[in-house]
Design a protein around this ligand. Structure first.
Ligand SMILES: Nc1nc2c(ncn2[C@@H]2O[C@H](COP(=O)(O)OP(=O)(O)OP(=O)(O)O)[C@@H](O)[C@H]2O)c(=O)[nH]1
Ligand SMILES: [Mg+2]
Length: 331
């Protein structure tokens, strides 16, 4: 029986064979499997692709066994910690390390010369009751593109593009960052509700920080940035402005599109610490499963407290929660 594979399949398969990076290979293999028509004629191809996927997963989990890959894996993949992972990228000297230094517990090198940062560095930022992981990275320019940058960006939940308003060439420099990522098939976009038709490309949710905002006295650079990036969230920041830095913390949290749900025991007061993290639209049942798998099954109903609700309102398992709701499970 003929396999009847679409022409794009062959194109993507060529990409897949040429790719050397195990993470990207895994992504392409998953995409190939998804594209494959599912019928008798492709049974063997499907099985082969599934075993390749399993092999790539193993390679990623055990990088040491694949020899030289071990060192690369250390910088090219940073395991997610906390409620979400946000990678800061941008041209040289734009202030990426200063932001990570000011927002997190990490202590990156901040310097008044470009190309100061040599390797990615992760730190944890506290936002009210949650921790968010921020990653500082080396700059992207016409002179430098660390090959692992594509994977760091692909694996992150969100990208924060740091633009330097003190730099008269900021637009050229930031355009270059986008171009260099696009060459590696990563597209920075304000939202990723729709992924590109071409499966070789990946869109990454991005927002922009108009940094060193005080250096842009007449606001003309921020205006030019907004014109260049319509639809993107642009947050003006400066390391010396606490209000602006707090607004950035909030914007980083909002960009993750998550909600915090606090749980309480019957008859006990709520402690607003260590919330359950769910995607926006998350339900009572999903919150229960996060606490314990069995909880999801046993759940009869829940009582909730929160903005716009009656205190102790009784709801079913499919009720959609909102940020900072308090839930009491009844099983
Ligand atoms: N005026 C002003 N300068 C800042 C601000 N934030 C950082 N800087 C300065 O900008 C310079 C570069 O800061 P870094 O944080 O090292 O920049 P970077 O983007 O990490 O640079 P690379 O690692 O080389 O890519 C330093 O001299 C900082 O003191 C700010 O808000 N306003
Ligand atoms: Mg730096």
């Amino acid at each position: 029986m003929p396999a009847n594979l679409p022409p794009q399949y062959y194109e993507l398969e060529r990409e897949y064979r040429a790719e050397r990076d195990p993470r990207e290979k895994l992504r392409l293999a998953q995409e190939l499997l998804r594209m494959m028509p599912k019928h008798k004629g492709t049974d063997k191809l499907q099985a082969d692709m599934k075993s390749k996927i399993a092999r790539h997963r193993k390679e990623i989990a055990e990088p040491a066994k694949s020899g030289g890959a071990a060192k690369a894996a250390a910088v090219d993949y940073i395991p997610r910690e906390g409620a979400g992972q946000i990678v800061l990228i941008g041209p040289p000297n734009s202030g990426k390390s200063s932001l990570v230094d000011s927002l997190t517990n990490a202590k990156p090198l901040v310097a008044d010369y470009p190309y100061a940062t040599r390797e990615p560095l992760a730190g944890m930022m506290t936002f009210e009751t949650v921790q968010i992981q921020l990653i500082d990275t080396p700059p992207i320019s016409d002179e430098l593109y660390e090959t692992y940058m594509s994977n760091l960006v692909r694996n992150a939940d969100v990208v924060l593009l740091v633009v330097d308003l003190a730099d008269e060439h900021m637009l050229d420099r930031v355009n270059l960052v986008l171009e260099r990522l696009e060459e590696r098939r990563v597209l920075l976009q304000p939202s990723v509700d729709v992924q590109p038709d071409d499966p070789r490309f990946m869109a990454k949710k991005t927002f922009i920080c108009a940094h060193k905002a005080y250096e842009d006295e007449d606001g003309s650079r921020q205006k030019a940035l907004a014109e260049r990036f319509p639809g993107f969230t642009i947050v003006p920041t400066s390391i010396i402005d606490d209000d602006a830095m707090n607004a950035l913390r909030r914007a980083l949290f909002d960009s993750l599109a998550i909600i915090r749900v606090y749980t309480k025991h019957v008859g006990k007061p709520v402690e607003k610490i260590d919330p359950v993290i769910l995607p926006i639209g998350g339900t009572v049942e999903e919150a229960a499963i996060e606490i314990h798998k069995d909880f999801g099954k046993k759940l009869k109903f829940a009582k909730i407290w929160g903005e716009g609700k009656f205190d102790g309102q009784r709801v079913n398992r499919d009720y959609q929660l909102t940020d900072e709701d308090i839930v009491e499970f009844h099983i």
